[in-house]
Design a protein around this ligand. Structure first.
Ligand code: 5AD
Ligand code: SF4
Length: 482
């Protein structure tokens, strides 16, 4: 998974006198999990608040992917603990990957929290909370081979009412040598496609217009319908391409995105399915990690540079308009200057639309931590990261310039962050587009412009861009269909 976020999660729950305050860190999957937790807590009568001082229970959904992610969480926990001194009844819980990695150490050595719950144990929260309320500490970090929370209806937190995340699988079986995720999130398992469909259809009927299907490695999605099942698909296997087509069929006006793809598993079938459906958005997040085959082998990514480039070629051939984004790690164990230059040269060849870039951070217990010394100095990591980032900035700007002069179908998400005179939304390629709203519109445009609300599609002609944003003007004010 990619894209590291953090945020306080606000919810809109019915009247209640018990409050949950939640912060989430890390990947989109964590934000999606927090919505499952909010649902379990709602059943216990807790409403979500964004005011820490009002909270009866404080939960922090954590990330272990790099050391600095854990440091951020520790600082927050210290803060919560100092608040607890004034309000001893307040319960502090750690959820997610750090809970799984550190287990009861968080209770014993560090005494920072009352409750530790791993990613597969959220259904156990009622019992665990009861234990804490009875004066004990509580921990459940059992990983499961089956848990997908398929039947839990998430409480949408911090929602714009237009876009939502839907988890389609959990865990990861890949064992990339740098990565802690297989240890914190356990074995890979897929969720029943019918429950995914139902969740997406409900979102659609509530007015949502875009779903992002989440998994650590969506291309290995696989669900076998039991032979004895009553449905007409009894005995069939759903692969990722089948799931995409199934979800896309909910409505041609429901956009479908997904993340994350794996270069070793992404099939032409997926690409052809994307080509067949306009509402399958044309953006693929395909982490490369390194441009050097030698480094990729040490990372245990199970593909090499030519394989990755051949997958990019397939995307360009089958989906000429598709954006490609990536993740890159610099300074992995044994990375030489030549390996680093290979990463830069691969970037030049692909010219990614955008990228998340990281310096390697050794994680305890991973294959790399056990097998290879973390032998690239911090100084070199920093310099290589700066080089990779500078090159990516250039490519992001150039890729965005290529979008200028074209009309884009944009799904309005809300007011732009910079100005409430402007709207913002994304095009199919997941690029943020900002354009003037009512304040700058002519009278005729204003009359038509009442339709410009979050959740409507508009055509925007892009006239300029930065490395992060496209700027444009609405060319068609009526609601358009994709
Ligand atoms: N150090 C640095 N970056 C990492 N990632 C995963 N593990 C590490 C690590 N130990 C990056 C990868 C992955 C993204 C989610 O985080 O690029 O794709
Ligand atoms: Fe980590 Fe690799 Fe799995 Fe991604 S595919 S979660 S990087 S082990």
């Amino acid at each position: 998974m990619s894209g590291q976020f953090s945020g306080i999660l606000k919810g809109g729950l019915p009247q209640t006198d018990k409050f949950l305050y939640m912060e989430s860190y890390g990947c989109q999957m964590n934000f999606s999990d927090s919505e499952i937790v909010a649902s379990v807590m709602a059943d216990l009568g807790y409403g979500v608040t964004d005011e820490l001082a009002r909270a009866d229970v404080v939960m922090i959904n954590t990330c272990s992917i790099r050391e600095n992610a854990e440091q951020k969480v520790r600082a927050r926990l210290q803060h919560f603990r100092s608040m607890k001194r004034h309000k001893p009844s307040m319960i502090i819980g750690v959820l997610g990957c750090m809970a799984e990695r550190l287990k009861s150490k968080l209770l014993e050595q560090e005494q920072l929290v009352d409750l530790v719950v791993g990613p597969d144990a959220y259904k156990d929260l009622p019992g665990l909370l009861e234990q804490v309320q009875g004066g004990q500490q509580a921990v459940n970090v059992l990983l499961s081979r089956e848990e997908t929370y398929a039947e839990i209806a998430p409480v949408r937190l911090g929602s714009n009412g237009v876009t939502a995340f839907v988890t389609i699988m959990r865990g990861c079986d890949n064992m990339c040598s740098f990565c802690v995720v297989p240890f914190t999130r356990g074995r890979e398992r897929s969720r029943d496609p019918h429950s995914i469909y139902k969740e997406c259809q409900e979102l659609w009927s509530q007015g949502y217009k875009e779903v992002t299907l989440l998994g650590q490695n969506v291309d290995s999605y696989r669900w076998q319908v039991p032979k004895a099942s009553a449905g007409k698909d009894a005995g069939l296997t759903y692969w990722f391409a089948d799931l995409l087509a199934y979800i896309a069929s909910i409505s041609p006006d429901l956009r479908v995105r997904f993340s994350t793809s794996h270069p070793k598993d992404i099939t032409d079938e997926v690409l052809h399915t994307m080509a067949r459906h306009n509402n399958l958005c044309k953006n693929i997040h395909l982490p490369v990690q390194s441009g050097s085959s030698k480094v990729l082998a040490r990372m245990n990514r199970t593909y090499d540079r030519p394989w990755y480039l051949q997958r990019v070629e397939a995307i360009r051939r089958i989906l000429p308009d598709c954006a490609i984004t990536t993740d890159i790690i610099v300074g992995f164990c044994g990375e030489t200057e030549e390996d680093h230059r290979e990463t830069l040269s691969l970037m030049e060849m692909v010219r990614f639309d955008s990228a998340y870039m990281f310096a390697y951070s050794e994680r305890p217990g991973t294959l790399a931590a056990r097998k290879y010394p973390d032998d690239v100095s911090e100084e070199i990591k920093k310099r290589r990261l700066a080089e990779v980032m500078a090159l990516q900035d250039q490519h992001s700007s150039e890729r965005n310039q290529e979008e200028e002069g074209q009309a884009h179908q944009v799904l309005i998400e809300g007011k732009s962050r910079r100005s409430d005179q402007d709207w913002c939304g994304r095009n199919s390629r997941n690029k943020m587009v900002v354009f003037p709203g009512h304040a700058n519109a002519s009278k005729d445009e204003l009359i038509a412009g009442i339709k410009m609300l979050p959740g409507t599609y508009v055509d925007v002609v892009v006239h300029c861009s930065t490395k992060a944003t496209l700027l444009g003007q609405v060319s068609k004010f009526e609601e358009v269909h994709i």
